[in-house]
Design a protein around this ligand. Structure first.
Ligand code: ATP
Length: 517
């Protein structure tokens, strides 16, 4: 994957052109940070959700599923702390009238300093002949002017965030000389807290209606159902509850495509453990989730871990798995040790006991929770960015051409097989249609008989279809077909009767997931 803003723009255009993602309400000039998934997008999104569900529920013997409603009693959000503390600090530039997240402006400033420091160090190392792991290199990397400034800013930033000190955030923005990317000026308003929850009205009459909220995370549906699930499914601690579903946040900045959306989908698993064992489970789930990503092609070098500087109000440890998007390493998934904060809060506010009776200990307690939380849309974007490739390949006439190919993991790819009769006559389309009718019960299959086969291959490359099957004149004699591999472009001759087995083996969940165990 190439990392540059140009590439990101190409990826965004590619998703529209091929029916992966469209701007919501585009007809009316769009709705900011809201997107629709097109024919290929919905298939790929379903695959990712299904892969997550399989590994988190189906392949586990102590994790069960849930599908809680989006609308919940307003007290839920009081108890969870979202009404009081689910805020982002916002700041406006008076000249451009553009709104920013104050914390993001500072974080980006620090990141730029770190990049400058890295560049400077690499330049110096080339001149001096230092290796990356030499003491001189490391000393210069930490000790140069930009690195020191980054460190100093980070320290002040952490304190301001820790204390929710909006005045200190504004002062830091001024002190660092941060300018508005749009107007280039430093004419800023004060920093204000902004609650990210969407409000709605429940009830027909305005005077009788109650304010409710669109859920900003799926987790609370799991917490309030904790005992319902535990008792009905006879679960014993440690056990997990998994859920996928929509969440809504009135994000201040609507940039970076589906990375930050106002309506998005989360896939969360809350693992209930005995108090005191949370660190061990936290390490376990972090490692499991890293393995899962690696199995699907997002392995070492593409994902790094990042420990939270400022812990959320509910956590005693938190780490992000960050993916290298074209705009830098950014959070893809959160692993959080949430203590018994949520259960305790719900117990207090509802006045109902949420304690678990542990038959082995012969005691009741509130379990601690370790959570894995990933955005399905962000995962989609990570796979898309990782897969997008432009490469030179030999063309039919002996010269070279550029092909755009989505090298998606075969389990993630929206369409698995494309079937092409070489020509539209002599019985080849009939054989192709019979094959399609046989395969379609097991796989997402497509059929294409228009244009030269080379062009049909390119069309499927752009959609990320891993296997292309061609029925040619030899098929009439040897009852075999050619299967072309999308990435290597190698072709294998396979007897027609063995095609289904061949594809089944190539897409075997068991072989991918067993190997990673
Ligand atoms: P960020 O710091 O990027 O705003 P967060 O720390 O608020 O994210 P969490 O509350 O931990 O995110 O949510 C868990 C996951 O949900 C994130 O790792 C991310 O994948 C996804 N997510 C959160 N906010 C959004 C959003 N606005 N659009 C798309 N996905 C999101």
């Amino acid at each position: 994957m190439t990392t540059s803003p140009d590439v990101f723009q190409k990826i965004v255009s590619h998703t529209k052109e091929h029916g992966f993602i469209f701007q919501s309400s585009e007809l009316y000039d769009g709705l900011g940070a809201v997107y629709d998934y097109g024919p290929l997008g919905v298939l790929m999104k379903n695959n990712l959700r299904e892969l997550w569900w399989t590994s988190m529920v189906r392949l586990q013997d102590n994790i069960v599923g849930l599908d809680a409603a989006i609308l919940m009693h307003p007290q839920v959000w009081k108890a969870s702390g979202h009404i009081d503390a689910f805020n982002d600090p916002l700041i406006d530039n008076k000249d451009s009238k553009k709104r920013y997240r104050a914390d993001v402006l500072i974080e980006e400033f620090i990141e730029k300093l770190e990049q400058k420091s890295q560049k400077e160090t690499d330049k110096k190392a080339t001149k001096e002949g230092w290796s990356v792991d030499s003491d001189e290199y490391q000393r210069f990397l930490k000790g140069n002017r930009d690195a020191k400034k980054a460190q100093e800013t980070q320290e002040k930033f952490s304190v301001a965030m820790e204390n929710n000190d909006m005045v200190a955030l504004k002062s830091l923005i001024e002190e660092c000389g941060i300018t508005c990317p749009e107007s280039g000026t430093r004419n800023w308003t004060d920093v204000r807290q902004f609650n990210l929850m969407f409000k709605a009205q429940l009830g027909a009459l305005a005077e009788e209606s109650t304010d409710i909220y669109l859920r900003p995370e799926t987790a609370q549906g799991i917490f309030v159902n904790f005992l319902n699930v535990q008792k009905s499914s006879r679960m014993k601690v440690p056990f997990g509850i998994a859920q996928t579903g929509k969440a809504f946040r009135n994000e201040i900045i609507a940039r970076q495509f589906i990375f930050r959306m106002r309506e998005f989908e989360q896939m969360e698993m809350q693992y209930f453990v005995k108090p005191g064992t949370q660190q061990q489970w936290y390490a376990y789930w972090k490692s499991e989730r890293l393995k899962w990503h690696a199995t699907l092609g997002l392995g070492v070098g593409k994902i790094r871990t990042h420990v939270h500087e400022k812990l959320a109000h509910y956590a005693d440890a938190a780490e992000d798995l960050q993916f290298q998007f074209p705009f830098g390493f950014k959070e893809l998934e959160g692993i959080h040790s949430r203590t018994d904060f949520d259960l305790k809060q719900h117990q207090e506010l509802s006045g109902r006991k949420l304690q678990y009776f542990d038959p082995e200990e012969n005691a009741s307690y509130l379990p601690y929770v370790v959570e894995t939380s990933i955005g399905l849309d962000r995962l989609f974007l990570a796979h898309l960015c990782d897969a997008f490739t432009e490469e030179n390949v030999p063309s039919g006439n002996g010269s070279e051409e550029t092909r755009t190919v989505l090298k998606l993991h075969p389990l993630v790819a929206p369409v698995k097989v494309a079937i092409f009769p070489l020509v539209k006559k002599d019985g080849l389309p009939e054989i192709a249609q019979n094959l399609l009718n046989d395969l379609k019960y097991n796989f997402q299959v497509t059929y294409d008989e228009k244009d030269a086969v080379g062009r049909r291959y390119r069309r499927q490359d752009a959609k990320g279809t891993p296997f292309g099957i061609t029925i040619d004149y030899d098929t009439l004699k040897d009852e075999a077909v050619t299967i072309r591999d999308r990435d290597s472009m190698l072709q294998t001759r396979v007897p027609l009767v063995q095609v289904k087995d061949w594809i089944t083996k190539s897409l075997s969940l068991q072989s991918y997931f067993k190997e990673s165990k």
